[in-house]
Design a protein around this ligand. Sequence first.
Ligand SMILES: Nc1nc2c(ncn2[C@@H]2O[C@H](COP(=O)(O)OP(=O)(O)OP(=O)(O)O)[C@@H](O)[C@H]2O)c(=O)[nH]1
Length: 241
Amino acid sequence: MKAEDKTAIPRVRIAVIGHADVGKSALTVRYLTGRFIGEYRSNTDLLYNKTITLETGLTEVEIVDVYAGSVDGDEQNEFPMEQVLWADACMIVYNITQRTSFEYAAKCLAEFKSLQNAPTAYLVGNKADLDHLREVHEKEGAALAAASSIGFCEVSVAEYTPTLYKAFEKLIIDSKARPQKQNRKFSVSKMLGNLIGNNSYGQKSLGVINHQGTVVPCHKGELHKSRVLKRRQGFTATTSL
Ligand SMILES: Nc1nc2c(ncn2[C@@H]2O[C@H](COP(=O)(O)OP(=O)(O)OP(=O)(O)O)[C@@H](O)[C@H]2O)c(=O)[nH]1
């Protein structure tokens, strides 16, 4: 595709937010590649870029997997304001086996209500395969989402989960229907680097075809400056700065 054609492709920016350890990285990588990566340690936000095909045509999707701090860390309950303001849409993730993560999701949704022009949101309860350890009933997740008039599903990112693809698709379609945000604090798209490469795009969601993409590590609040180089199970993470 020519560079000038690419500028005409609509872009949707998604922030994946939630308490530490709920599976945000695993969920993002599952959506982008169809694979589950069991251990995915990072201490920084990660930016991914991918062009997908919806029934309405091509869409460029930028996803920031927001680092939430360590489970014991002081910073972990900080609301990721900069990333949320940057995003057109947010995937808010909690872990069904950890009530504190559900409470954190509820706090995030309360913050959304106080924002003008808040991003479109979707609530996801992850780790549904650990039902025997469940601390949050599915009905509670559904009620929280309904109170904010947003979509909700439970998934197990550890397993193939078509529901996750539907959730991303709904988020993308809903956010495209809204006016594009102006005057964002930063433009992460400037720093997109190498292609992800030879991924096994295992699943295609309802009409969504995955194409190539990039992954870029970026520090919280300074998405334009990162110089970290990381390599993870077939992903080449790089910066172009
Ligand atoms: N059983 C089970 N484990 C999962 C699932 N999704 C993620 N995990 C595990 O949960 C742990 C945390 O996953 P991450 O993707 O690193 O979580 P995160 O939310 O990105 O964590 P931070 O980067 O610390 O904010 C890892 O050990 C994953 O293997 C799931 O659906 N089921």
